[in-house]
Design a protein around this ligand. Sequence first.
Ligand code: PMP
Length: 405
Amino acid sequence: MSRSPIRQQFPILNQMMGSYPLCYLDNAATSQKPERVIQAMDDYYRRYNANVHRGSYQLSATATSAFEAVRRQLQQFIHAAHPQEVIFTRGTTEALNLLAYGLNKHIKPGDRILVDSTAHHANLVPWQQLALRSGAELIAIPLTDELRLDRQALRTLLQLPTRLVALNHVSNVLGTVNDIAALAQEIRAAGAICVVDGAQAIGHLPVDVQQLGCDFYAFSGHKMYGPTGVGVLWGRLPLLATLEPMLTGGEMIKTVSFTHTEFGELPFRLEAGTPPIAEVIGLGAAIDFLNSVDRNNAQQQEQQLLQQLQQQLAALPGITLYGAHADNRGAIAFNLAGEHHQDVGILLDQQSVAIRCGHHCAMPLMDAMGLKGCCRVSLGIYSNADDITRFIQALRTTITLLTGE
Ligand code: PMP
């Protein structure tokens, strides 16, 4: 496999899996980590491991400033207006749960919550639980025949008073992209809170939360070449300030007595307990990595690879693509006629090609497509033409083995 300057930074991609080099095409599940992320976390543990925000000694001050510097890096990365708008969580799932819990007081019986039909369970189950707790009504926003969000149907739904709309930025199954800037404008004009799950967008698209115009945006570090165990909830400051903390305890208080607790200021009031310090520092290194590459160029190349992959896949016998459009990002969903998706995945794995097969934590989407599951191939910043060739060859072999074609 050719080793581009970007690819060279990812030690895992050097690896042989049996007699083949690893062909990693499950980037929607998690991305690989560049050397500088691994080193930054190692360096923290070796040189300045200490708890943050509370030490009266030098080591803790060093850890705290490294930790808080990442908050400011993230602020710039997503163009947030203030560093306090960046809340550290353990990932997208925790960010969306924190939000759904935090909005308890805002949602009343009979309120309407609309959820994107492509939603990952992380952007559906927390809203479903909130609806159950509050007596609100949860409504699925329908899809068009092309498996895109049905804008007309959303407009009709927004004609009735609506409290909140939860959208996917990029679908983790199909790779379809929602035009958040346009949707958020309509949603907010209708008086609803607009929440966006950016887990699959953050590594593939430039994200400017002010330009997107939503109210909340959630993402995970591990989908943008950073470590697992860290993510972000971004929110507009006045709205964030009204959230009820999901976790209470240390770090998030101003004063505590046995009868009363006064919560502290943002961002700390939503970050109870010791945060994932090494992971935050690793995420900072991931941003350094992304800032060190020509992202526009990298994203364009990734986009071209995705389109080539769509075309080559569609030309194979018995393959059906789902929701494939030229403007999709990152992922392609497909099945092989008459064969179980898991069988395809296993045979590809035997040729050291890693893709994901299953329901992809999007069971309602699978239901809408009339499927039990599907295969998903997903790209990262280091994916190249060799990956596509390897994958297509391995899939041809798989098709021959399974169908005799
Ligand atoms: N939303 C989407 C669209 C995702 O793809 C994922 C991860 N597969 C999540 C949410 C959940 O992210 P995490 O597991 O990092 O919390």
